[in-house]
Ligand binder design. Structure first.
Ligand code: GLU
Ligand code: MG
Length: 446
């Protein structure tokens, strides 16, 4: 933090955060005057967090879950942001380094950086952005609870702004103060449910922004006497919170999803990139839908994208193609709808890039698009088209990840083994719990 920014904004403490394999953002904070030092030398943190589960217990017996060893958290100063909803604080995402100064093989954000560079080396720039959905309830412990903030009223209803208008306005202000390029903000389907989406940027920036948006919403909500939950499901029968990822592959300044001769004007590499993601989606669910709670959300006919298919503007397809508007075809992108916010966004952007590049390597083509809700088609029709449900349990998705040589190659042994240990650990942790108990146990964790 520069002297002047420090003085002007009154920043005294900087939060350095990283996201673990269970999807939890972890933090260490330093005084602002130590930032230069932390940038040079890092801040110590134990590697054992690689095997932490959603409830802070550990996946044991996996070889690197012991008490020994240390890593260095180094802030990425290009994303250093004074926190507009928490005066005196700033935030920066951190990369984890080994003590010898090399990027740590189990670091999720370094993985996302590496995959971005691998795409760049092949002339492909990715533009990405997450949608952030959350659900609030009145905080019973907040002294200043303001009634009506959770905004009862119809789904996406204007009436909801009567109660929630001031809250959403404050969120828009806080994001703007932090130079986050907000595209949309609205009341979502359910009472107390909202969404923001942000402009496309580089994959690692998109993941950083997702972390910062959630933290900012959390801090701002507290001021309104509200508790936000970003969990896949917050009540057993309620609407889910998705964490849809929008993306477009670019080469030499041109969007590969338009100007070509493929479906809806995709170029061959643009189509192959999407086909690579589509083909690998079952294994990617172990990254993007990582919690037992994820599978309570990932069900048909809820706009969660539970089927392995694609379609233009199809909200029941895991890949929804959004073609650019007339005159703005460059905005063409694909929305991966099946993912939620229990996911580590760095692992997610890295593995999605790996799948897309594999699609290019293999020259894959997309199958025909599917129009409509696959859940209302007879099973025989779906069989004929080769359209399957994505894994419907964590166990099934773990099996898919275990079998993916492509993801093991891209992530490296250390990272993929840590992720698998955490997935298996949570599979065991929740094996005998009811859906309601799973929702309760994960609701306030992400
Ligand atoms: N809340 C839905 C989900 O769980 C998504 C709604 C939408 O398409 O915006 O993914
Ligand atoms: Mg939405």
């Amino acid at each position: 933090m520069s002297e002047s920014a420090d003085g002007d904004l009154g920043v005294r403490v900087v939060a350095l955060s990283w996201v673990d394999n269970a999807g939890i953002s972890r933090v260490k904070a330093i005084p602002a005057r130590r930032l230069e030092h932390a940038n040079r030398w890092g801040v110590g943190m134990a590697p054992v967090f690689d095997t932490f589960l959603v409830d802070d217990s550990r996946a044991g017996g996996v070889g690197f879950d012991g008490p020994v060893g240390d890593l260095r958290l180094r802030p990425d100063l290009t994303r250093l942001t004074p926190l507009a909803a928490q005066h005196g604080w700033a935030w920066a995402p951190a990369d984890r380094y080994s003590q010898d100064g090399t990027p740590y093989a189990g670091c999720q954000r370094s993985f996302a950086i590496r995959m971005t560079r691998e795409a760049q080396a092949r002339g492909i720039e990715l533009r990405m952005g997450f949608e952030t959905e959350w659900t609030v309830e009145e905080d019973p412990d907040a002294a200043a609870t303001l009634s009506g903030r959770s905004g009862p009223g119809p789904a996406y209803g204007l009436a909801r702004l009567t109660g929630s208008g001031p809250y959403l306005l404050d969120i828009a202000d806080v994001l703007a103060d932090q130079r986050i390029d907000l595209l949309q903000i609205h009341p979502e389907y359910e009472t107390g449910q909202y969404e923001v989406s942000t402009a496309p940027e580089s994959p690692v920036d998109a993941a950083d922004t997702a972390v910062l948006v959630r933290h900012s919403v959390r801090a701002l909500s507290a001021r309104h006497g509200l508790l936000p939950s970003f969990a896949p499901l917050t009540t057993p029968s309620g609407a889910g919170n998705g964490g849809h990822l929008h993306l477009s592959p670019w080469r030499a300044g041109a969007n590969l999803l338009h100007g070509g001769s493929g479906p809806y004007g995709m170029t061959p590499d643009g189509e192959a990139f999407l086909a690579g993601i589509l083909e690998n989606l079952p294994a990617l669910t172990a990254i993007g839908c990582p919690s037992p709670a994820s599978y309570l959300r990932l069900i048909p006919s809820q706009w969660a994208g539970a089927y392995q298919c694609w379609g233009r503007e199809n909200r029941e397809a895991a890949l929804r193609l959004v073609t650019g508007q007339h005159g703005a075809a460059d905005t063409a992108n694909v929305e991966v709808k099946c993912f939620d916010q229990a996911a580590n966004p760095y692992l997610l952007v890295g593995t999605v890039i790996a799948a897309g590049l594999a699609g290019i390597d293999e020259g894959l083509r997309l199958p025909p698009e599917y129009r409509g809700d696959p859940a209302s088609a007879p099973p025989i029709t779906l069989d004929r088209l080769g359209i399957r449900r994505l894994p419907d349990t964590l166990t099934a998705s773990i099996g898919q990840l275990e079998e993916s040589a492509m993801l093991r190659r891209a992530m490296g042994d250390r990272l993929v083994d840590a992720v698998l240990a955490v997935r298996r650990g949570e599979e065991k942790l929740f094996a005998s719990r009811t859906p309601a108990e799973i929702v309760e146990a994960t609701r306030w964790r992400f």
